[in-house]
Design a protein around this ligand. Structure first.
Ligand SMILES: C[S@@+](CC[C@H](N)C(=O)[O-])C[C@H]1O[C@@H](n2cnc3c(N)ncnc32)[C@H](O)[C@@H]1O
Length: 401
């Protein structure tokens, strides 16, 4: 593949903003692409992919590069893939053989080879044991693009055929009844079918969450950490747009997004509601047949699509989010009706955010009216998609006094 000065410059500038000016990778990429409207689809693909992959492999690249010069770091990333560099002034001093030799020297050190902080490697190894090695290897691979078919508007088969007619090949993964995977990565948001609300982009593991709620049309459902509404929209489709979904979050701006997406999806049963404090929760005591707690988490299960999480997390931030998770379980579970169902979900693979949180809740005073039905510990290495945790917890019909 040939390198072009203007797009390589785009990558280097973006990397500077992400690491030296501490900006978010997705925002920087969006801005870079917007300010270069003349770039074609291939250029855009090259810039977005190179930036994401450099972020993913940042520690490894820095370890084997001869200097911290951003062009040297890009060149090192390029050479590590076995590609050759053009004879540009910016790449002077980069010797493929030396870079290869440096890589050979560090590759027995898992944290360096997998390009993660030492603490993360230790934590993963302690909590996941022998599964960690393969898990982190899988989480370092690029995510596939997965669609969730909006069954309120189209069947999976019809969407597959419509996309195929436009030259977009997809396959239907087994065990995920609303999912279609793109055979080739591309920016699918520009497709008219997206604008018509025929699908959303949502990882296959994430699609297991709404399915776990066993909803039926007409139910009252609360999605208590709804964010931009990905799971709420799926729930609405599973309920055939009949009943009521209260989509709640502490961040109002995220709920605004839910509203827009609901309109595009042809969903009318979602009611966004900002959580202003414990009062909001107390008023909804025992009001819902189903409550979803898709809680904030470390995001360690979605490193494939958010590689910069590696550099933003710390043991302290994970401990803090674990405190919030238990607080949400303790307080928000009161919204489930006796005989109803609570689903606790994270996009993390750490037992300390998952089954250990559920165990702690069930052993507590507030948890004594609940019992675990089943849980799914979805590892990326086993599913091929994101890492997730989903627990189905029933509220007993008979409440203890
Ligand atoms: C994993 S994200 C939710 C993703 C969303 N369910 C979706 O499918 O797109 C977790 C959400 O919890 C929200 N959150 C954080 N603290 C919260 C709290 N105390 N109560 C409710 N929501 C909270 C965050 O704003 C974030 O949107």
């Amino acid at each position: 593949m040939k390198l072009f000065p203007n797009t390589v410059k785009g990558v280097v500038y973006a990397i500077d903003e992400i690491f030296n000016q501490k900006k978010y990778a997705d925002k920087v990429i969006e801005k870079t692409l917007k300010s270069n409207p003349k770039w074609g689809a291939r250029d855009r693909g090259f810039v977005a992919e190179s930036v994401y992959e450099m972020v993913r492999w940042w520690r490894l690249i820095n370890e084997v590069s001869p200097s911290k010069d951003l062009y040297h770091l890009f060149g090192t990333y390029w050479l590590l893939q076995g590609k050759s560099l053009p004879d540009w002034r910016e790449f002077k001093g980069l010797e493929p053989e030396k870079i290869k030799a440096r890589f050979e020297r560090i590759k027995e050190n898992r944290a360096l080879k997998q390009s993660i902080p030492d603490w993360m490697d230790q934590m993963g190894s302690e909590l996941l044991g022998e599964k960690w090695d393969k898990e982190i290897d899988t989480l370092n691979q690029q995510a596939e693009v997965v669609l969730r078919v909006n069954t309120l508007k189209i069947t999976r088969e019809d969407l597959m055929n419509r996309l195929a007619a436009e030259g977009i090949q997809t396959y239907a993964p087994k065990g995920y009844k609303d999912a279609l995977v793109l055979a080739q990565r591309q920016n699918i948001f520009k497709n008219p079918a997206f604008k018509e609300g025929l699908f959303e982009v949502q990882d296959a593991s994430s699609q297991l969450v709404a399915a776990a709620l066993d909803v039926e049309p007409g139910m009252r459902v609360i999605d208590a950490c709804a964010g931009a509404g990905g799971k709420s929209l799926h729930l609405a489709a599973l309920m055939q747009n009949k009943g009521r979904i209260l989509s709640m979050d502490v961040e109002e701006w995220k709920l605004q997004n839910t509203k827009l997406r609901a309109r595009r999806n042809g969903v009318s049963i979602i009611e966004p509601k900002v959580i202003e404090g414990n009062k909001t929760i107390k008023r909804l005591k025992e009001s819902a047949d189903r409550v979803l707690l898709d809680v904030p988490c470390s995001g360690l299960g979605v490193l494939k699509r958010n590689p910069d999480t590696k550099w933003k997390l710390s043991p302290e931030s994970i401990e803090k989010v674990q405190g919030i998770q238990q607080e949400i379980l303790q307080n928000y579970s009161s919204m489930v009706k006796p005989g109803g169902l609570l689903v606790y979900a994270t996009c993390s693979i750490l037992p300390s955010e998952n089954q250990q949180q559920v165990e702690k809740f069930l052993a507590s005073e507030k948890g004594k009216d609940f019992e675990l039905i089943e849980d799914q510990k979805v590892l990326a290495q086993e599913s091929g998609f994101d890492g997730f945790y989903i627990a189905k917890i029933a509220r007993k019909k008979e409440q203890t006094a």
